[in-house]
Design a protein around this ligand. Structure first.
Ligand code: CA
Ligand code: CA
Ligand code: CA
Ligand code: CA
Length: 456
């Protein structure tokens, strides 16, 4: 029989002891500690560090929330555990504010009837701190609280009513519906808008953030390759660099999103971030031919364009269909090119059949002529469920030399790592799920990506 061991706290002698407990008082998990009517849980100090939102979700999955604190006794209890058991003295608690409005509330909905901020806190440092941590650093008073960027991954403390096992769930948040303001682009139900067309409108990073906020927006946060690809396609409309909402102003080398979301995706240019000159704390998207959309840390005072984001708004007018000068049915336009993924055979088709399918549209398997078009192909790939697609690159004419079936010169490539691998039968090229190119067996069954040019 499995031995149940739990750690019990003795409130009167302030001592720890490990006991064998037949019926642990916090029955869903022996790692929960009982005090009064509540059970408390500390995440693994090294192995389970999360952002505030993810930490609170973990607590909810286990029947509670990040801990609220309502009296000195409860705060002392947590302080004592933290000091005795943890080298890393920083843990999320359930207190946070939203959109820096300064109004703090507990995630478990209990009243804010007790606070224990550290001296000088909450200071909303660099305008990016909205979540509270339990803090046992010197010279701060042990057990005092500090506001911190919600995206920081640190250990955390959960609290739940004793005996509560059932996960706590909220109804799913509805997908925001509505439209984007004039001048903004919509992607995955978010609006993105570029600023800085006029050189006079280009500003430093902090001013860019303020300007986004004054328009009810935020500096953009990029959390997926899909959003990155989309913004990269739009960079073709401009010639300048764009500030995004990432900086390491607060701690050198630790990049954080200004809105406190987790840093779960990055797109650094080669060798970046490099803190050139020891003073590069703000992140821009580059916009040169070979590094479109890639990120660089630069001096925050540099004058750049910037990209803001917001949720769509129902009250905004429907922009109608995007302009599309592709005359062939089902083709979508990107500048001088029209693209279509043929989905008639869901299991896909061989390279030869794919090219024939495009031909029957009067088109060819797609060429990809620059990194903007590559980014556009990645957005189509995403819409198609990230399934690999045939493009029109083959080495069937001169062995070892690739050519586009539509006759474009091959002046841009996006091979995946160790590609082209030139294995047996690998004479045809697919765009894989992540957008990288792979020479692969021509008999493989994929959907065709067709293209024709309207430009000439
Ligand atoms: Ca702070
Ligand atoms: Ca830096
Ligand atoms: Ca740099
Ligand atoms: Ca290959």
């Amino acid at each position: 029989m499995k031995q149940v061991v739990s750690i019990q706290y003795n409130y009167y002698t302030l001592s720890w002891e490990v006991k064998q407990v037949v019926n642990p008082p916090c029955p869903s998990n022996s790692e929960w500690m009982l005090r009064g009517d509540y059970c408390y849980y500390y995440s693994a100090e090294i192995d389970d560090r999360r952002g505030w939102v993810e930490a609170n979700s973990y607590c909810m999955d286990n029947g509670g929330f990040l801990t609220s604190v309502h009296a000195d006794g409860e705060n002392d209890f947590l302080t004592d555990i933290t000091i005795r058991k943890y080298d890393y003295h920083s843990h999320w608690i359930g207190l946070r504010t939203y959109a820096a409005n300064g109004k703090y509330s507990w995630s478990d909905g209990t009243p804010l009837d007790y606070i224990n901020w550290s001296s000088g806190e909450p200071n909303d440092f660099n305008g990016e701190e909205e979540c509270a941590e339990f803090y046992v650093y010197t010279p701060a008073v042990p057990g005092s609280w500090n506001d911190l960027n919600c995206g920081d991954k640190i250990p955390f403390i959960c609290k739940k009513a004793n005996g509560n096992i059932a996960p706590i769930t909220y109804p799913p948040t509805p997908t925001p519906v509505g439209n984007c303001p004039t001048g903004a682009f919509k992607f995955d139900n978010r609006c993105y808008q570029f600023f800085g067309e006029d050189t006079a409108d280009r500003v430093g990073w902090h001013d860019a953030r303020t300007q986004c906020e004054s328009l009810g927006m935020q500096l953009a946060t990029l959390h997926s390759q899909q959003v990155q690809s989309f913004l990269t396609t739009q960079l073709k409309t401009v010639t300048y660099r764009m500030w995004i909402g990432l900086s390491d102003v607060t701690t050198t080398g630790q990049f954080r999103w200004a809105d406190g979301t987790a840093v779960d995706f990055t797109n650094w240019n080669n060798g970046e971030p490099n803190e050139a000159g020891g003073e590069e704390d703000c992140v821009e998207m580059l916009n040169n031919k070979d590094d479109v959309g890639e990120w660089n840390d630069n001096a925050c005072g540099k004058l750049n364009g910037f990209v803001c984001q917001r949720n769509p708004d129902l009250s905004l007018p429907d922009p109608g269909d995007l302009p599309n000068s592709c005359t062939k049915t089902n083709y979508v336009q990107y500048y001088d090119s029209c693209f279509r993924v043929i989905t008639s055979q869901s299991s896909g088709m061989s390279f030869q059949d794919a090219q024939s399918a495009c031909k029957s549209d009067g088109t060819d398997l797609a060429s990809i002529i620059d990194s903007y078009e590559q980014a556009f192909v990645e957005t189509r790939l995403h819409i198609m469920g990230d399934n690999p697609l045939w493009i029109g690159l083959v080495d069937d004419k001169v062995a070892g030399e690739y050519s586009w079936v539509d006759g474009w010169p091959v002046w841009y490539t996006n091979w995946g790592q160790s590609e082209p691998s030139r294995g047996p039968g690998e004479g045809c090229v697919a765009v894989e799920f992540d957008g990288s190119w792979d020479d692969t067996d021509c008999s493989r069954k994929l959907m065709p990506l067709c293209k024709y040019s309207t430009g000439k």
